[in-house]
Design a protein around this ligand. Structure first.
Ligand code: PMP
Length: 396
C-alpha cells in the first residue's frame, strides 16, 4: 500500500493504537534458530502430544459422521464435549452441568468474551502483579483501567485486596490461581476462601483463569475459587485443552453463572458463530475413547523431571543473591536477579550465547521489577536444560 493511500484513511480505533506490540517479541523472534535453547516460550512439549490418539479421534468422527462434523454447529458447543468437561469438573469438587459451559476458541477467547460482556471503557479490573501478558492486552483492548493487587510468594494478599476493592470499586478481579503465568505460584486454599469472601462482600466479579491446573506434579490439589463459599454466583472459570491435549486445536471453555454465560454466547456469536465443529467432535471422541488421565500422567512426569533439572541448575547459573519460585506444577519458574540487574538489557547477550528467557517487566500492570524474568521448563530435555543454564551462567 502506498503512504498516500494510507494517509487518506481514517485512523485505527483508539484501543488498537494504544495496545502496542512488544519490543521483546522482536528480540525473541531471533530465538527460532535451532541452536538456541529457549526458556522463553510458553509452549507444551510437542513430542508429548498424543498425535496418534488424536489422529484416530479425527479419523473416527470424519468417517462416521462427516456431514455433521463438517457442518456449522451451535454457539454453546458440542454437547458431548460439554458433558465430558462437566464430568471432569464435577469429579474435582465443582459440581457442573453441561449447560453451565460454553466451549470457546481456547481460554483466550473466554477472556475476550468476559471483557466484552462485563467491561465499559474506564471500568477498573484488578490483577495479580505480575500477571498473564495477554490478559493485560485483552483488558487494555476493552479500555479498562488495570490496577495491580499486592502479592507475595503465595499470590494475592487478601487484606490488601479488601483495601483496594473498598478504594477502587473494581468490577472484576482476574486471577490465575494455579501455577500462575508468569510466576508459577499457586494460591493456597485459605486465600481462595478469603478472596471469595472479599468479592462477595464488595460485590465484584472474579475471572478465574485455569489453563495449568491439571499439570500438578506434586503437592495437594486445590479446589477452584469458583467452589468457595460466596463465589458461585460471581465467578467465571476458564479452562483449556491447550496444555492437556494440544493448543493447535484451540479449544477451551467458560463456566459462568447463567446471565453472564448467556451474554457470552451472544458475544461469541458475533465474534465467530462457534468453535470449530470438527475439532470439538474429535476432542469429545478422544475423551470417550482414550484415557486422558493416563496421558496426563506421562506429561506431568516429563515436566516434573524438566522442572527439577531447571531448579537443580539455577543456583550455579544465576548470580549470588538471585531468588526463584519453586512451582508444584505448570510450566514456569520466576526468577529475580539481584538488585541492579536488568533482565531486558541482558537478553540480547543471552540470545548471542544461544539461550533465551522472557524478561519479567512486561508482565507487570504497574511498578515493573526489571530484575525479574520467566523461564519455561517444558520444551527441552533435562540435558538441554543443563546446557542452556551453563550458557546463561556466562551471560550473568
Ligand atoms: N491464560 C493463561 C494464564 C495462559 O498462560 C494462556 C496461554 N499460555 C491462556 C490463558 C490462553 O490459552 P489458550 O487460549 O490456548 O487456552
Amino acid at each position: 500500500m502506498t503512504p498516500a493511500a494510507s494517509a487518506n484513511l481514517p485512523q485505527l480505533a483508539h484501543r488498537a493504537r494504544s495496545v502496542g506490540a512488544s519490543p521483546v517479541r522482536e528480540i525473541l523472534a531471533l530465538t527460532a534458530r535451532p541452536e538456541v535453547i529457549s526458556f522463553a516460550g510458553g509452549l507444551p512439549a510437542p513430542e508429548l502430544f498424543d498425535a496418534e490418539g488424536l489422529r484416530h479421534a479425527y479419523d473416527r468422527v470424519l468417517s462416521e459422521r462427516p456431514g455433521s462434523v463438517l457442518q456449522y454447529s451451535t454457539t454453546e458447543g458440542d454437547p458431548l464435549l460439554r458433558r465430558a468437561v462437566a464430568a471432569r469438573l464435577s469429579a474435582r469438587a465443582l459440581p457442573t452441568a453441561p449447560e453451565d459451559l460454553l466451549i470457546t476458541g481456547g481460554s483466550q477467547q473466554g477472556l475476550t468474551l468476559i471483557a466484552s460482556t462485563l467491561l465499559e471503557p474506564g471500568d477498573t479490573v484488578l490483577v495479580e502483579n505480575p500477571t498473564y501478558l495477554a490478559a493485560l492486552q485483552c483488558f487494555g483492548f476493552a479500555g479498562a483501567r488495570v490496577v495491580p493487587v499486592p502479592t507475595d510468594d503465595d499470590g494475592v494478599l487478601p487484606e490488601a485486596l479488601a483495601d483496594l476493592v473498598a478504594r477502587e470499586r473494581p468490577k472484576l478481579l482476574y486471577l490465575v490461581p494455579n501455577f500462575q503465568n508468569p510466576t508459577g505460584r499457586t494460591l493456597p486454599l485459605s486465600r481462595r476462601r478469603a478472596v471469595a469472601e472479599v468479592a462477595a462482600r464488595y460485590g465484584l466479579w472474579i475471572a478465574e483463569d485455569d489453563p495449568y491446573g491439571e499439570l500438578r506434579f506434586e503437592g495437594e490439589y486445590q479446589p477452584p475459587v469458583a467452589a468457595m463459599e460466596g463465589a458461585a454466583d460471581r465467578t467465571v472459570l476458564m479452562g483449556s485443552f491447550s496444555k492437556v491435549m494440544a493448543p493447535g486445536m484451540r479449544l477451551g471453555w467458560v463456566r459462568a453463572p447463567e446471565g453472564l454465560r448467556r451474554a457470552c454466547v451472544i458475544a461469541k456469536q458475533a465474534a465467530d458463530l462457534h468453535t470449530s465443529t470438527v475439532d470439538q467432535a474429535a476432542a469429545a471422541r478422544y475423551l470417550a475413547d482414550r484415557d486422558l488421565d493416563a496421558h496426563l500422567e506421562r506429561v506431568r512426569a516429563a515436566y516434573r523431571e524438566r522442572r527439577d533439572a531447571l531448579l537443580g541448575g539455577l543456583p550455579a547459573a544465576l548470580p549470588p543473591g538471585s531468588t526463584w519460585s519453586r512451582p508444584e506444577g505448570g510450566m514456569f519458574v520466576w526468577v529475580r536477579l539481584p538488585d541492579g540487574h536488568d533482565a531486558t538489557a541482558l537478553l540480547p547477550a543471552a540470545v548471542g550465547h544461544d539461550v533465551a528467557y522472557v524478561p519479567g517487566a512486561p508482565f507487570y500492570a504497574a511498578d515493573a521489577d526489571h530484575a525479574t524474568l520467566r523461564m519455561s521448563f517444558t520444551t527441552h530435555t533435562p540435558e538441554e536444560i543443563t546446557t542452556g543454564l551453563s550458557r546463561l551462567a556466562k551471560v550473568f
